[in-house]
Design a protein around this ligand. Sequence first.
Ligand code: GLA
Length: 719
Amino acid sequence: MAIKFSRNECIFTLTTKRTAYAFQIAKGKYPVHLYYGKKSGEIKPWDPYVVSFSPYLAEFGNTWSPDIFPQEISFFGAGDFRTSALRLAGKDGNSVTSFDYKSYHYIDGTADIPGLPQARGGEDVKTLCITMEDKVTGCLLNLYYTVFYECDVITRHMELINKKKDDVVIEKCMSMTLDLPNDEYDMITLYGGHYDERNLSRNPIAHGNQSIFSRRGASSPQFNPFFALCDHKATENKGDVYGFNLVYSGSFLAEVEVDQMGHTRVQTGLGSECFRYTLKGGERFVSPEAVMTYSAKGFGEMSRNFHKFVLGHILPEKAVKNPHPVVLNTWEACYFNIDEEKLVAFAEESAKCGFDMLVMDDGWFGARNHDHAGLGDWTPNPEKFKNGLKSFVDRVKAKGISFGIWIEPEMINPDSELYRAHPDWCLRVPGRPTSLSRDQLVLDMSNPSVIAYLKGIFAKTFDGVAIDYFKWDMNRHLSEVGSAALPPEQQCEVFYRYQKGVYELLQWFNETFPDAMIETCSGGGGRYDLGMMCYGWQIWASDNTHPYDRIWMQRSALMGYPAATMSCHVSNPGENEKSLDFRYKVAVGGMLGYELNILRMTEPIKAIMSRQTKEYHRYESLIRTGEYYSLACPFETCYECHYYANEEHSQFLFGLSFKRSAKAGFVTAPMKISLADKNATYRDLLSDKVYSGEELKNGLRFTASGEEYEAILMWLVKE
Ligand code: GLA
């Protein structure tokens, strides 16, 4: 049983394949956290003690202060001075929040999170629901714990139900609280910006509150919602690591707070700065789903837990089962300068090179000849496509290649027909100027009329057009967040309602165009999150396609997300064959595509690309579904090295890329394929060289020549 309740001690124990999580109901009131770690660890009831200046209830005595014991959920204002997960204001106006334990029940599979993306269930998935109640506001609170046994993942979310007539205002909402018993951790985060996504930061935590967040209405490249805590000595293969994430794509807050006792509180959720919600009588509110995993064997196991979880429960099933197409994307090749004849020629050459799909990027609609106009007008530009979209797409397909198209549904240029017709459909605040970004404004996705309009226009434009792929972009963040469609008391709900509108439209796309895949994007990897992954097959990892930068960007994405989610393009190598080879070897760390002007490529370059696509199709499934092992981290040394292994461990795709800083004669450490069978031999099908399993287990060393663009790729298959 993955979930157990011991009546004597009132202890709930949740177990996954290798981990256990436990809490106790103390005094019939408080859910007290006891344990999260190895399955074999000792779980015992909380031993209460006194700390001066800590508030307590007279009935329980001074050893039971909510400020001291570890909590499963922390409430604001009722004796716990640490950061809170829930703050509610009822009709009496104060924000003191307090709920008492009431009951529990089990659910087979998952509990529904209406309107938000969530992890899918499966045979090994069970949910525990703890119900709490507050007699003052009349609210019920459900805390959900969903156990994904095989992945060593537990997810958490909360649900509030207002049972009375009076409104209750949710002022802060975090999807999970985890109180760890010490403060001996480093915090790992992925920070950055546009063109510079997912730098890896590792810092010891300190007394006080350290957080990552987005106030931008998108999960953002500034901080990815993935983060981890690990012991100070943790490495790829050793040490305790706790990994966290949130199935959400909008503004968020993740906090790590060390208190006076040297305990560490971890929370992630909607926070309070970009969120406030009026819960009317009879209504219910459900938070996004938070994700936790624990590894006793370093970062590698944490990443593999997350990868398994994302492949098994987050990504659409067909995105995991089916090969992802090798696309040729027109953006870096043409920018806005596209038309039918040019792209049909692109399609013809692409098919010859073995690409699966032509993706027509920005510039095909309205007056979109640059980024100052046309956004919002989703009808094909008649000058560029004289016989309409369908006739153009049919011509592309006749070349033997499938077709994808770029859209940015959430945005609008002030210079557009749509804006002229509906200026009130943008996010804005009365009496204040509205900021531009990339010359565009943000549509009010919290307004049902906007969503209905978008469904109508896209249904019309793509009616009968055989589209196989949508690239869904989002190229600015949200400012002056206000909606003309909501009353003043609900204006602080707009960030959250916007996100729900985006999800509704994504869901509609998947239902209306069931044969098309979605690739999401936000100025590159600006919404690289589990929320988006529930709708799309993959995410454009960055607008920065330089392979030297991609080495570290891809490595850090793999901390929390599998390679199947990562769209990686080979961009223009000029006539430099070595550069093309290197770009390819880096790009096959994820899902391959190309982004270059195929009409300008020389015959030798095209011949190499044909070989590459042919080769890639043979081992793509290893990258998409294989287990990932990192052997060298580019943040620590002058090269990156990893391999993907199939389930039977009979095939490995091994990649090593030297950074620009690798000096001539530099020799790597032995790169050990520890999953190799020492009694077998393996053939590298790319070079035809044979290696003994023992040799691979002991590790191969590689020497840098000091020249530019040096990478090794081996596809090792057991004989
Ligand atoms: C963003 C995307 C690019 C491209 C442009 C088009 O920057 O990340 O790949 O689609 O928009 O405007």
